[in-house]
Design a protein around this ligand. Sequence first.
Ligand code: NAP
Length: 663
Amino acid sequence: MGVQKIKSFAAGAWVAPDAGARPIEHAVTGAVMAEAGAALDMGAMLDHARNVGGPALRALTFHDRARMLKALAMYLSERKDPLYDLSFNTGATQKDHLIDIDGGIGATFVFASKGRREMPDAQVYLDGPVEQLSRSGTFLGRHIAVPKRGVAVHINAFNFPVWGMMEKLAPALLAGMPCIVKPATATCYVTELAVRMMLESGLLPEGALQLICGGTGDLLDRLGGQDVVSFTGSAQTAAMLKATPSILAGSVPFIAEQDSLNAAILGPDAAPGSPEFDIFIKEATREITVKAGQKCTAMRRLIVPDPAPVIEALSARLAGVRIGDPRSSDTQMGAIVSASQRDDVAAKAAIIATEAALVFDGSAPEGFVAPRLFHCADPDAAQQVHAVEAFGPVSTVMGYRDLDHAAELANRGEGSLVASVFTRDPDAARHLAIETASHHGRLYFNNRDSAKEATGHGSPLPHMVHGGPGRAGGGEEQGGIRGVMHYMQRTAVQGSPDILTAVAGDWVPGAQEIDAGEHPFRRAFDTLQIGETIHTAPRVVTLEDIEHFAHFTGDTFYGHMDEEAAAANPFFPGRVAHGYLLLSFAAGLFVDPDPGPVLANTGLDNLRFMSPVSPGDAIKARLTVKRKTGRNEEYGEVRWHVTLTNQDGEICAEYELLTMNSY
Ligand code: NAP
């Protein structure tokens, strides 16, 4: 096989490597199998993204982009085999592919789904509720978010060529930002194939995705305040790139995910023979061997009450791990990505060995790295075991005296992506959470109750924040819509109710009411206007109504039934109507009975009962279209703002009613 030329995709064209290209070796054979790197016109790439990709993405709504992501994920799902095939060359096994390739596609699906459920079918995202900035409500505030107008530059590590790209690409595209992806050169050929597929799908607008295989030239020098850099890799590279003058001068957000000395704590209750002990040993084995330990979230430090039984059980498990050709279905642990990384793991393990004894040293075929387990007898005095990340199948066991000591040791990593705790003791879990959460981006608790469904210490999930403070880079990725927010500008908007309604596409009390003439429940989803309002006729609430409702439902609370006891209650003047009776009467006042576009009432949000309603009071409802969110081709969700008032105009109840309306 010849040397494969790994191309970049720049300003709409594929560009082959040139004389400055770097060689890429096969992880198993060590042979040079590919090369990548060309002198690209970074200015043209940025222009293409900013002037072509950005406007095209911003013309879409969040839902359009979410649908695009779903289609992209489905497209890749149908083409996994060629990606698996290529990925074996990185040293990854079929099981590793599930994390990288299936994991990347899975993350894209989750962002697609969250985009549809949690973001509006609009170009403006609302961040939080309306803030009352004035006494009579004529001047209000709220936070909105819109996509930044620049480029999202994604610089990724070598260990996850597909997941590493997709976990950043999905939230950036959902936000509406064009992306330039720069994978690590060692495994960029897998990323290149995935990018090629996505471009061939025709699902992405022109300019939304570009690829740099090789060096980034003067790309970073050209960035400005509307751009975002999201970096994954070593702390050293992060520190260097963060200090680029243009990044500092332009306050360019620089999200860094870097080295991490992740801890796993075995709870004091998890003695040998307990299910928690076994779960810990199983997960630790997996964390040490998956991706041959080249995982940013891998368990590097095992903090346990008694090291001896842990070392014994873990060594027995590690000794049985089959290491070798990643293509073989028997293989449980594949290869380290390159000879230089193998050397790096050996050098880092040698540093750890200055403070810890090697207690398990596995054997592996020539060219592979065997798992190694260290025991650090004095973790308080040790420095290196808490600071040096051997990016391979290497872990260190250390003992703790009590929970506070365990927390102190876990925090000695000075910021990590994840710490796990294997315990069934809720008090121990709570204590450790309070003592350690400040130092870890994610806390993962597992025990016999959750083990079957737990997703694993080492698995970042698109729903949950991935990133960690301090040494881990201080970044935050994923975490559902939190991850999308990195690519948007949050802006405080202040103004009158009408202005806020127009800007946000969300009716706020005090804004103009539109009288459409016809009952809004008779109107199809697409013809309803934001602000459309009906006012119902009043209905008098009688004592008979209250008694009837009380006996019918069984809710004979004294506040509704006993005049004297109710009057003694600080909230009631005497017997009052049930809040649920008021809601039911309100429905009776505004519901349109015949079959029509309203398919179902799907819920009620932000309900507050305010002034109590006494027998003889007359209530009426105001119902206003607050927000509309398309769900599918057949129907969409309408959020109605409902206010119930009494004969004196006092508000008795306020809530948001949700209905599904057909088109
Ligand atoms: P690395 O050497 O720091 O490289 C990371 C990325 O930076 C690569 O794409 C690399 O490209 C690029 N890069 C290096 N110098 C650059 C420069 N001057 N200008 C622009 N880009 C530059 O890290 P790695 O060896 O790929 O990854 C291993 C490290 O990543 C480990 O420390 C691991 O803990 C960390 N990691 C962290 C996470 C996380 O989520 N926190 C995930 C995975 C890995 P080239 O390959 O072309 O040099």
